[in-house]
Each structure stands twice: as structure tokens, then as C-alpha cells.
Design a protein around this ligand. Structure first.
Ligand code: CP
Length: 302
């Protein structure tokens, strides 16, 4: 993985996923390994973020790297009209690894093509969020003891949810069965369903969340992605489609866990937070270990 960019989760092989998860487990046991003292990591966030940016920066700091970058283009020369290409060429002269989030699908791929250093996609529009996917896989393995043969329910905005698109593709390597719960308007795109079909796996579509609770090993809740809707009226129609509350968990499997990439709006009631099924805050913490593993692997020190 040395010097490799990560733009789509399919850029890495199944073996590479496992390697990253194993390295991440080592970092969870021993987070303060100063392996990147001579490295500069640039975090370029053209779109808002809490977890992804802060966990990448925490990961870089725990590794001893220095961090440069921005969390808001308002203070950058993007405001003067500087192109993405020029920004990336310039930053690749400053930093050893670029972590980038951008609202446009394909922007991260474009950045990797013009950059002289590896680029990590921290989310590009509704397309991909591969590092979230790696931490989701890490969390699934941590909670279930394995990645293979699981019933995974994806709930909410399956059309615009980039974390869903990446995780569906990755879990096609592990014989998952996919249970897709969404409003009609927000179904999983056919490009993602193609991956499932090509892997000879099954998916089932639902409109009711209650239908999947009894047999799911993982319930992956997602936010309706307001910022991706062109028409606010369409968002209003679907915004409260699913709200998971404590009372709905009475018939779930004993080891079922609820994940969510966060932020949540109202799709998981706060009365779920102290149930044994709630695992989304630990999932977010795992992002630091997984991103440490990724930075170390790309830098060639793990
Ligand atoms: N999960 C995730 O991408 O969260 P942020 O948007 O806060 O980075």
C-alpha cells in the first residue's frame, strides 16, 4: 500500500482491507507510536466534517506527523477562483499525504491524478467514503468477531449515502446478505446493486425498518442527506422516514449492533444510546485507529 492513493474502496483488495484492520487493532492497543515524525499530512476539507477531519488529524498527531490544511474554503484562495488542480499541485509540494473531502463526485480521483503525493478520499459528494468504510468494517469485525456471512441492514438514504455505497462494495467480498430499507425515492443506486449481483450475493428491499430488526446482525442507520437534494420539498417528504427507538429493539438478535456514520439528526432516538446495541460512538472512535493504520501503511512504515 506504500504511496498508494485511496479514492474508492475498490482501490484496495480484500487482503489489503484485512491488513489495514489488523494494523488498526495494533494501534487501538498502542495508539501513541511516533512513526511519522518526518511527515506532513494535509487535510483539505472543501465540505463540512467533524469526525473525518478530527480523527484524521488525531491519527496524524498520534503518529507524530504535523498537520496543515483547512476546514473551510472561505479562508483560502479557492475564494479567488483558484482551481482544484492548482490547489492540489501546490499542496502536494508541501505535504507527504493529502486527505481531501469535496462536494463533487470524482473530485478525489481528479486530485489523485494531478497530485505528486498519495491522496486519500475523505468523501466526494454522494460517491464514496472509503476510510469510513474501513472503520465500519473494523467495527463490524470487532462486534461480530468476523466479517463473513452477516446479515447487514442498511437503513435510510441509500441513494445519496456515500458511506453505504462504499460499505456495500466492500462487504461483497465477505458473503454478506444485504437488507436495504429506504423510502422509494432513496433506494440504493443500480450501480451498487450491480456489485452485489456480480458477487452472486442477495439483496432484499424493504420500506419498513421493523421488518429487518429480528434477523439483522448489523443495522447501519443513515441520515437523509439534506445537502444532496435539489428540491427542498422532496427532502421534507422523506426527512423523518425512519426513527429507531429503544422499544423497537425487543426482538433483535442478542449480539445485534447499531452503527451509524454520524452525524445523526433524529434517525436514532437518544433512548437507544445506553442500550447494549448502540455502538455508533465507539465506531467513531475506531476511526482514529483505522486512519492511523492507513496513514502508516501509505507512508510505508507499517
Ligand atoms: N462520518 C462522517 O463522515 O462524519 P463527518 O461528516 O462529521 O466527517
Amino acid at each position: 500500500m506504500k504511496d498508494k492513493s485511496l479514492i474508492s474502496i475498490t482501490d484496495f483488495s480484500k487482503e489489503e482491507y484485512i491488513q489495514i484492520l489488523d494494523i488498526a487493532a495494533d494501534f487501538e492497543n498502542n495508539p501513541n507510536q511516533k512513526l511519522l515524525l518526518d511527515h506532513v499530512v494535509a487535510t483539505l476539507f472543501f465540505e463540512p466534517s467533524t469526525r473525518t477531519r478530527l480523527s484524521f488529524e488525531t491519527a496524524a498527531n498520534r503518529l507524530g506527523a504535523r498537520v496543515v490544511g483547512f476546514s473551510d474554503t472561505g479562508s483560502t484562495s479557492v475564494q479567488k477562483g483558484e482551481s482544484l488542480k492548482d490547489t492540489i499541485i501546490m499542496v502536494s509540494g508541501y505535504a507527504d499525504i493529502i486527505v481531501m473531502r469535496h462536494p463533487r463526485e470524482g473530485a478525489a480521483r481528479w486530485a489523485s491524478e494531478v497530485s505528486s503525493v498519495p491522496v486519500i478520499n475523505a468523501g466526494d459528494g454522494a460517491n464514496q467514503h472509503p476510510t469510513q468504510c474501513l472503520l465500519d468494517m473494523y467495527t463490524i469485525r470487532q462486534t461480530q468477531g468476523k466479517l463473513e456471512n452477516l446479515n447487514i441492514a442498511f437503513v435510510g438514504d441509500l441513494k445519496y449515502g456515500r458511506t453505504v455505497h462504499s460499505l456495500v462494495q466492500a462487504m461483497c467480498n465477505f458473503n454478506a446478505t444485504f437488507h436495504l430499507v429506504s423510502p422509494q425515492e432513496l433506494k440504493l443506486p443500480s450501480s451498487s446493486k450491480m456489485y452485489i449481483k456480480e458477487a452472486n450475493l442477495e439483496y432484499f428491499q424493504y420500506t419498513e425498518l421493523a421488518d429487518v430488526i429480528p434477523f439483522a446482525d448489523i443495522i447501519y442507520m443513515t441520515r437523509i442527506q439534506k445537502e444532496r437534494f435539489h428540491d427542498p420539498i422532496e427532502y421534507e417528504k422523506v426527512k423523518n422516514s425512519y426513527v429507531l427507538d429503544r422499544g423497537m429493539l425487543t426482538n433483535c438478535k442478542p449480539n445485534m449492533k447499531i452503527l451509524h456514520p454520524l452525524p445523526r439528526i433524529n434517525e436514532i432516538s437518544i433512548d437507544v444510546d445506553d442500550t447494549p446495541q448502540a455502538y455508533y460512538f465507539k465506531q467513531a472512535e475506531n476511526g482514529v485507529y483505522v486512519r492511523q493504520a492507513l496513514l502508516a501503511a501509505i507512508a510505508g512504515v507499517k
